[in-house]
Design a protein around this ligand. Structure first.
Ligand SMILES: NC(=O)c1ccc[n+]([C@@H]2O[C@H](COP(=O)([O-])OP(=O)(O)OC[C@H]3O[C@@H](n4cnc5c(N)ncnc54)[C@H](OP(=O)(O)O)[C@@H]3O)[C@@H](O)[C@H]2O)c1
Length: 323
């Protein structure tokens, strides 16, 4: 553990330090043998996750990142050598707000003279699917923020993989039937590989790599993150084995049935469209096959430790998906 208070140690400002991604970034930087000063941001420094950061020795600063609050964001970013930043679409479901807050953080990082901006971005689905899937708005917005950041200051676009906890998400996870068994509807039966990641535990490994590797720490490029590539059939088998349940992997009868189901959960129309178009993952792959590139394999091999497999995540979290 090498948290430092020496001015010679780079100051890393971590947006979302109380969350899955930012929390993992903080823990991985603390685990590094390189010294850092760490400042974690939260809107509420009295919450337990913020208190836990303080106990780790992190300087915790309360700030709300929002349009109109630029001066406070500048103060919170002041002195940063490196900024890690994440937006949180799923909290408000407003893509224009995500874009505005993302760009605001880019501008603030540039204004305080940060030498590296690591953004939790995404590949543009519209672009990579050749215009076939245009409703994954919260990926396209992240890709737009990443591109804007790359035009403004040295930036790494570090995309989070498919969260293991999505398995308990009613929009996309297996659905429990009355007899206690599960059905898991897919867009089709491609049985495509998905890059599962235990985000709260592992995501920071790649951000640490971005910060510490001479190839990435001057900015540029995209880093893709995952613990294990798994097909839905393999995930179902792992859940069956570890949780003693039965899961039938099948397809949605049609889009209309899926739409009605999502509406019954209260999803607004733009979110219904977004979730239905997750079909792109099954057709093209979550990372459009880019995770197989030599570059991404090289990054993976250079991580400070191995990320968790899905089975390891389930063993470490016995309450998750408990029957
Ligand atoms: N589910 C997936 O498979 C998946 C995959 C890739 C990417 N993603 C993306 O991951 C993002 C969420 O990241 P996460 O999982 O780390 O989220 P999270 O665990 O919900 O944490 C969100 C963090 O952001 C902070 N935050 C949110 N709004 C803020 C604001 N206006 N000002 C200051 N801080 C703010 C929160 O701080 P406080 O609450 O403490 O203030 C919290 O620390 C989403 O944009 C989602 O699209 C998800």
């Amino acid at each position: 553990m090498t948290l430092s208070s020496q001015p010679s140690a780079p100051l890393v400002v971590v947006v979302g330090a109380t969350g899955f991604q930012g929390g993992s970034v903080v823990r991985e930087l603390i685990a590094s043998d390189k010294p850092y000063r760490l400042r974690g941001l939260t809107r509420d420094d009295t919450k337990p996750a913020a208190q836990a950061m303080m106990e780790l020795g992190v300087e915790v600063v309360a700030v709300t990142i929002s349009v109109g609050n630029e001066a406070a964001v500048l103060r919170a970013f002041h002195g940063a050598d490196i900024v890690f930043s994440v937006t949180n679409f799923w909290e408000h479901l407003d893509v224009s707000r995500e874009l505005a807050e993302g760009k605001l953080m880019v501008d603030a990082a540039k204004a305080v003279g940060a030498k590296l901006f690591v953004f939790s971005g995404a590949l543009s689905v519209t672009e990579n699917s050749g215009g076939k899937y245009t409703h994954i708005i919260q990926w396209d917005s992240k890709a737009e923020i990443a591109a804007y950041a790359q035009s403004q200051l040295p930036t790494v676009n570090c995309q989070a993989g498919y969260y293991t906890i999505n398995l308990a998400n009613p929009y996309v996870g297996p659905r429990r039937l009355e007899d206690g068994s599960y059905v898991w509807e897919q867009p089709d039966l491609n049985d495509q590989l998905y890059p599962y990641i235990d985000t709260g535990y592992d995501y920071g490994l790649w951000v640490r790599y971005a910060i510490e590797s001479p190839e990435y720490n001057k900015g540029g490029g995209t880093i893709l993150t995952w613990g294990e590539l798994l097909r839905p059939s393999e995930v179902a088998a792992i859940l069956e084995r570890t949780r003693g349940i039965k899961i039938k992997v099948t397809t949605w009868a049609d889009r209309e049935t899926q739409r009605k189901y999502l509406e019954s959960l209260g999803a607004p129309p733009h979110v219904v469209l977004d979730v239905i178009e997750h079909a792109f993952m099954s057709e093209f792959g979550y990372y459009f096959g880019q995770e197989r590139s030599e570059e991404q394999q090289k990054i993976r091999a250079a991580l400070a430790r191995k990320p968790r497999t899905l089975e390891e995540f389930l063993k470490a979290n016995p309450e998750f998906f408990k029957q």
